[in-house]
Design a protein around this ligand. Structure first.
Ligand code: SF4
Ligand code: SF4
Ligand code: SF4
Length: 269
């Protein structure tokens, strides 16, 4: 077995570091760190980005990151990114006002909303990270963020929370990460399938030369068939028959039909 190249070793070390950084983040997937989620911010930090952009993570997360990365911990979340909320929030849909447009479902990074087109939507409270991303897209403004379960936003010490509450925070984050990654994979597959369909549709139509080759092939097949039929008729008119022509005719008919089908199919493309 060949040993890993220096580059692949660097890539493995970086992925490992990204995983370890990501494991400390609250997995709210809110994008307040000005990325598209916790993992993208973890990737940036692995490359040296400042460690105090995670708003929901607050000071405990900064300290955990500083410890992992062996850097000085900034004293607070960079105020340009926002202010850490004091409570976990969850989204709440005023269901009688919902028009079933599905815009909130499309915006939710962790698939915490259920519903279907033209039907009422509802939040799965246990899966909602309170990221706020569904609020702005709602055209009838029927989503509020309200205080959620009494579980801390992060699980890093020092925090004045019970071990059970910290474990619940960690479990919630792990679940949110799973749902975020599953959703991203699903979207990536859907995008790939769409791109494939578009590429299929965009396939260039037949060239003039290709179309004329099909026309010639169809005409030749028709003509061979007619010739054989004519020869057989002439033979039969003399009161004789031709076993050879009789055997050839079904094949010639099938060939003429296939050539005609190919020609018609090319006209639809
Ligand atoms: S919780 Fe929000 S701000 Fe913190 S890393 Fe995740 S996406 Fe960024
Ligand atoms: S329901 Fe709304 S607030 Fe909750 S995770 Fe989804 S997008 Fe974020
Ligand atoms: S965005 Fe608002 S109106 Fe549309 S489905 Fe969601 S809650 Fe209902």
């Amino acid at each position: 077995m060949s040993s890993p190249t220096p580059n692949s070793r660097i890539a493995t070390v970086t992925i490992d570091l990204v995983d370890r950084i990501d494991a400390l983040l609250p997995q709210t997937q809110c994008g307040l760190c000005k990325t598209s989620g916790c993992r993208p911010y973890a990737e940036q930090m692995a490359q040296g980005e400042a460690i105090n952009h995670c708003v929901p993570g607050g000071i405990p997360t900064i300290q955990a990151l500083a410890h992992l990365l062996q850097v000085q911990a900034p004293e607070q979340v960079d105020p340009d990114y926002g202010i850490t909320p004091s409570h976990r929030l969850v989204a709440f849909i005023r269901e009688d006002e919902c028009i079933g447009c599905t815009k909130c479902i499309q915006a939710c990074p962790v698939d915490a909303i259920v519903g279907a087109a033209k039907l009422m939507h509802t939040i799965i409270e246990a899966e909602c990270t309170g990221c706020n991303l569904c609020v702005a897209p709602c055209p009838v403004d029927c989503i509020d963020l309200v205080p959620g379960a009494d579980i801390p936003l992060t699980w890093h010490p020092p925090q004045n929370e019970s071990a059970d509450a910290l474990q619940q925070a960690k479990n919630r984050a792990d679940k949110a990460r799973e749902r975020f990654l599953a959703r991203n994979s699903r979207l990536a597959l859907a995008t790939e399938a769409l791109a494939k369909r578009k590429a299929e549709k965009a396939k260039p139509a037949l060239t003039d030369a290709e179309r004329s080759a099909l026309m010639i092939a169809a005409a030749m097949a028709r003509s061979q068939l007619k010739k054989a039929e004519k020869q057989l008729s002439a033979i039969q008119a003399r009161g004789e028959t031709s076993e050879v022509l009789l055997a050839q005719l079904p094949e010639l008919r099938a060939a003429a039909q296939a050539a005609q089908d190919a020609l018609e199919k090319s006209a639809l493309a």
